[in-house]
Write a protein that binds this ligand. Structure first.
Ligand code: UTP
Length: 304
């Protein structure tokens, strides 16, 4: 097979692996994150990272790679078998709880890799290079929780399969908060008769000043990337905040490959931020079959 044929062949494969960078310091959520990883903060009764892992599984990605750092062992324990707990639940005939606890450890094929120092999101993704190998993969930032009928990663994986190029998730953001995001300069393209959702990216800027933002389209925490991103990360210098930024690596990749942006269908919560976390808690609790009705009644009685 020629190199070109090999690349084309590889491009058709759907992504099977998802990388979860979870080695950040979570400073926006201090003091809760002093001793506990941000990714383990529970929304109703499930840690943030489990929402992301379930989304990946429902999108056909059963190979999960978690990039962890110091003080993150709770994440490994969460996805591991807990013999004592299972034994106790079995003895007490708590079948439903036993099923829930077991399904977490049965759920995934998970590998861990360490990022010794929080040198940036791009650096964290690069740590997964060996485990990912030469195939397309997803990156999931688990503090971006996305509630969607069709999992966001599945929507993006379908786009990837069609175009065989990297895809980033996009969301419209009001001007007052645009400088918290990576922002794209992009040209809309029709995709299968639908317009306004898919964009071909021309350029991107990490956390621009409001007046410098090229659009109101911000990148949020879901990416499908081709493995060329690794050499792009390796060739860039630290950017904003002295960190190796994934946005800068994507910009580098853009010189040689097309990158698409997709305005997914669904609602995204920034659960790594205190207000966003509260909003996610309320909305997800209201949707729960076992809690929603009682919680709604409670909220109605509040003197708001
Ligand atoms: P964030 O910037 O949201 O996370 O990075 P943070 O740095 O932990 O949080 P704040 O801003 O200080 O509150 C997005 C994701 O990238 C991971 C984080 O764990 C988070 O899931 N990350 C970030 C790393 O794994 N390594 C890094 O060096 C930086």
């Amino acid at each position: 097979m020629t190199e070109v044929e090999e690349t084309e062949n590889r491009m058709i494969a759907k992504p099977r692996k998802a990388v979860f960078p979870a080695a950040g310091l979570g400073t926006r959520f201090l003091p809760a994150t002093k001793a506990m990883p941000k990714e383990m903060l529970p929304l109703v009764d499930k840690p943030l990272i489990q929402y992301g892992v379930e989304e990946a599984l429902h999108s056909g990605m059963s190979n999960i790679i978690i990039v962890t750092g110091r003080g993150k062992s709770a994440i490994e324990d969460h996805f591991d078998v807990s013999f004592e707990l299972e034994h106790l639940l079995e003895a007490r005939q708590k079948k439903e709880l036993l099923h829930q606890v077991r399904s977490i450890s049965d759920m995934i094929d998970v590998s861990y890799v360490r990022q010794k120092e929080a040198l940036g999101l791009g650096h964290a993704v690069l740590r997964a290079k060996e485990l990912v190998g030469n195939e397309p993969f997803a990156v999931v930032l688990s503090d971006d929780v996305i509630d969607a009928e069709i999992p966001c990663l599945r929507q993006m994986s379908d786009i990837y399969e069609f175009y065989g190029a990297s895809v980033v998730a996009l969301m419209e953001v009001p001007p007052e908060s645009i400088s918290n995001y990576g922002v794209v300069d992009a040209e809309p393209i029709d995709h299968q008769g639908v317009s306004g959702r898919l964009f071909r990216i021309r350029n991107m800027v990490e956390k621009p000043k409001r007046e410098d933002a090229p659009s109101n389209l911000a990148i949020v925490g879901r990416y499908i990337l081709t493995p060329e991103i690794f050499s792009s990360i390796e060739s860039i210098e630290p950017g904003k905040g002295g960190e190796i930024q994934l946005t800068d690596a994507l910009k580098h990749l853009l010189r040689s490959r097309p990158i698409y942006g997709f305005k997914f269908e669904g609602k995204r919560f920034d659960a790594g931020d205190k207000l966003g976390f509260l909003q996610a808690t309320v909305e997800l609790a209201l949707k729960r079959y076992d809690l929603g009705a009682a919680f709604r009644e409670y909220l109605k009685k509040l003197p708001l």
